[in-house]
Ligand binder design. Sequence first.
Ligand SMILES: [Zn+2]
Length: 463
Amino acid sequence: MFNFPDYFHYIIIQMKKLFLIFIVFVASKSFSQTIINRDPEIEKMVQEVSVDSLQSYISTLVSFGTRNTLSTQTDKKKGIGAARNWVLEKFNQFAKNSDGRFTAIIDTTTIPADGRRMDKAVLLGNVMATLKGTDPNDKRIFIISGHLDTRRTDVMDRTGDAPGANDDGSGTAAVIECARIMSKRSFPATIIFVAVSGEEQGLFGSTFMANKAKKENWEVEGVFNNDIIGSNNSNETNIINNTKVRVFSEGIPLDASEKDIAGIRSLGLENDSKSRELARYVKETGERYVDHLDVVMVYRTDRFLRGGDHLPYLKNGFTAVRITEMNENFNHQHQDVRIENGIQYGDLPQFVDYEYLRKNTSLNLANLANLAKAPSAPGEVKIEVKTLSNSTSLSWQSPKTGKVKGYYILMRETTSPVWQTKIFTAKNEMTLPYSKDNYFFAVQSVNESGNESLPVIPGIKRD
Ligand SMILES: [Zn+2]
């Protein structure tokens, strides 16, 4: 006989099942459908990034006339010397609100003449500020870098105006603005904010810093090189768009040995270098916190014919990416300021889109904060390959520092550029009913406020 309460109960159970299927579907389809809340502290910091501040930094930087690495270091108002003293002064102002955690120096070294782009020995100075991490056991360092120096058409011209509003006033302004906002806060890991010199003459400042980091065993886990991030249009295509930014990352690491390359080849990991994982992280985190900004990953170390300050870090085995605008305008780069056939050439402040620069600065800030707040990455991440199986078993150890809530297992098809599925677990192992032959996996730590470590690609576990 038909029993109404039983039937009702049956319906409820079916509805619950449907609801669960719906939840699993929503949670696993892709990041766009994964529900991850913004960390209110990071959201607040992102809101503090100010168009006015960025504009005022660039206006001051341009006022030094030229910031060519070979320019005067004794003039109080013009040249690279005055410019770097001003950046140091800004950092020192911020230090006052940091309870002694934020300190700044001009880190100098003498670069000898090389007969190429250095026709005399120069005392080169990187303006470097350190926001010391609050956890003494946490040795991780994240670096945001821009280059202070500028150039004209002739890279050796050290006296004519080289405003460098965008190249790389924009990157330098982003560094200063992140320092202003972050120096008031504290993070378990250390963040270094640096405006280097000597980029245009041959990446001298970043080489000096990356070599030092290697020699002194700094645990640099991510470098954000910001170079040309403030203009929204290309002179050739007439595209005007301030909703896209590029992040360049290497595939096969520059420092990979033959043995490393054999490992990469055997597991099909050409697209999973640490820098590529950082690029994915930048995209995911950036798009989580910055509205109306798409992060476009470019699977290249850098653009044709050009390099940047992330390269010396890569050569030293560190993880680094280049962040750069989507549509470059070559009338404004490396050009003497002039009007020719009615066209204004030169890297002038009026060509900077400060709203675009605000978004790109926010992208950096959100990523630095999410990384520096996160626990360190899980250790000994392994994928079991003892027997042939259509499932995937992963295991890992708790991170060395930071309080974890749990871990995310990341999964994607081998042809997918981004992680497609993000599954939470509080345990230190997980078996998934998906074949390791058909997907890539990684594991990241996550804390209570949702800050994730960089993902770790599993190594092989045979026993
Ligand atoms: Zn540049």
